[in-house]
Design a protein around this ligand. Structure first.
Ligand SMILES: Nc1ncnc2c1ncn2[C@@H]1O[C@H](COP(=O)(O)OP(=O)(O)OP(=O)(O)O)[C@@H](O)[C@H]1O
Ligand SMILES: [Mg+2]
Length: 458
């Protein structure tokens, strides 16, 4: 077993080339091992802890490309440098897509090779440090990611966790506002006391007062017993008021009073109770604008927004996407008892470039679908595109209100695609769908699909 020096596996079917490479690399201070064919290479790769592979492309039995494919599956993070006397651009492109980091032509230029190895090993080192950072961030905050903007978020979480200061968390849907609220609570001195969440948008106006402050038995119809409010339940802990912009003016006034003097009064009760509650709020609306428009109380806004923690949209922290995708992938593979899948480089590039208006939640749901729907162990662009196709249909269907509408929408989509596939030959489509031609014509009329003359295909 080599000490701390990098360990390089040389794979070439020509003993002479192996020996030359070995000498060059050992002179540079690297530790090496050698394989004369793919099978040997894979078994060495499995038994040793290899830092980098130098791989010949044309070998008898198993080709370098096949070896590369298997290596990428086993350990995609170990860099592979291809060396080949038969270099051509399509081969180089294919190798790169399979994860090779460099493609060098034989006879290999020693300087170039050494420079390439140094660069790759430095890159791996940097990556490992970064991976550790991501892992630590996740353990501490529950967030995956290490982008500059997310580091700002972590800093604010740390700063506000050390006191009971009020925090208003802002950001678009699915950016992690609730996750941030939980992180602040967990890292605060109140961590072992309750974290109580109230979704202000989900509770009907006439119930919210009793929900927040509790009620006495008989104080209104339906109040069959005394009930504790969420403020009281959160005593000594944290109360998270989610979607705070949705509180009515009346509720805003009551919450303001509770915040000002820490006193609450249950509905129907004459006594006043003192509570010690840290309040964290969140909204995806523009509260300052609502204040200007008179839709949210200014005095309450200032009391809630002592610290503002803003969660940036995913578009602004694209560096985090690959980590998030891999995190959700391994989580859902585990949930669905499926072997761990992987996303190819090309697939990952696609995910990074894709628009995510629903932010991390949308990415999470997307990966879940990917795990359920794709049978491949290695997920490539085309598997992702298939799921995107479904997404569009689902989005489309979400806007639809009734089952009848949904059925019509689907039927129209379906029949249209069949008509296009059959060059608008209605009789052919009728045959394939096993319906009478006249019935199909009737359906077309009902769905408002125009009947075209047959188009020449192509
Ligand atoms: N950086 C992250 N790492 C891992 N999971 C995350 C991250 N950010 C968000 N999530 C997950 O994404 C989902 C959405 O996050 P969350 O509910 O906190 O968003 P939100 O901002 O409150 O959204 P909304 O405005 O729609 O309520 C949750 O499952 C959350 O755990
Ligand atoms: Mg939320």
């Amino acid at each position: 077993m080599p000490e701390n020096r990098p360990y390089i596996l040389i794979v070439d079917d020509e003993p002479k080339i192996r020996d030359i490479l070995q000498e060059i690399l050992q002179n540079e201070g690297y530790v090496t091992c050698m394989a004369g064919n793919g099978r040997e290479a894979l078994s060495l790769f499995d038994s040793e802890s290899i830092d980098l592979v130098i791989l010949d492309l044309v070998m008898p039995d198993m080709s370098g490309m096949d070896v590369l494919r298997l290596l990428a599956k086993r350990a995609p993070s170990v860099p592979v440098i291809i060396i080949s006397a038969h270099g051509n651009i399509p081969k180089a492109v294919e190798a790169t897509q399979l994860g090779a980091v460099e493609f060098l032509e034989k006879p290999v230029d020693t300087k170039e090779l050494i420079a390439c190895i140094k660069e790759q090993l430095a890159e791996t080192q940097k990556q490992q440090t970064f991976d550790e950072e991501i892992e630590n961030n996740f353990l501490r905050y529950g967030f995956i990611g290490g982008s500059i903007l997310l580091q700002d978020v972590f800093r604010t979480i740390d700063q506000s966790a050390s006191t009971s200061i009020r925090v208003l968390i802002t950001g678009a849907t699915g950016t992690g506002k609730e996750l941030a609220a939980k992180a602040i609570h967990r890292l605060s001195q109140r961590y072992d006391k309750p974290f109580i969440k109230v979704n202000c948008a989900a509770i009907p106006e006439e119930l919210i007062e009793s929900e927040l402050f509790g009620h006495k038995k008989g104080s209104f119809t339906g109040a069959f017993a005394d009930k504790q409010g969420r403020f009281a339940l959160a005593h000594k802990g944290t109360l998270f008021l989610d979607e705070v912009a949705d509180m009515s003016p009346m509720t805003q006034a009551k919450v303001l009073r509770a915040l000002e003097d820490g006193e609450i009064q249950a509905v129907g009760s004459t006594s006043i109770k003192q509570v010690d509650v840290r309040v964290i709020t969140a909204t995806n609306r523009n509260l300052p604008r609502m204040v200007k428009e008179g839709a949210f109380r200014e005095d309450l806004f200032y009391r809630l927004n002592v610290v503002n923690l803003h969660l940036p949209i995913l578009e602004k922290r694209k560096e985090d996407i690959s980590y998030l995708a891999r995190h959700f992938l391994s989580r859902y593979c585990e949930d669905f008892n499926s072997p761990l899948k992987q996303i190819t480089k090309r697939g990952m590039t696609h995910l990074i470039q894709k628009k995510w208006p629903g932010n991390i939640r949308q990415l999470r749901n997307f990966i879940e679908k990917l795990v359920v729907m794709s049978r491949e162990e290695i997920i490539d662009v085309q598997d992702i595109l298939k799921i995107e196709g479904r997404e569009v249909l689902e989005e489309d269907l979400e806007a639809v209100l009734t089952l009848r509408d949904a059925r019509q929408r689907f039927e129209k989509d379906f029949i249209l695609s069949k008509l296009i596939a059959h060059g608008w030959k209605v009789s052919d489509v009728a045959m394939e769908l096993d319906v009478e031609r006249t019935a199909l014509y009737r359906k077309l009329k009902e769905l408002d699909i125009p009947v075209r003359s047959n188009k020449p295909s192509g």
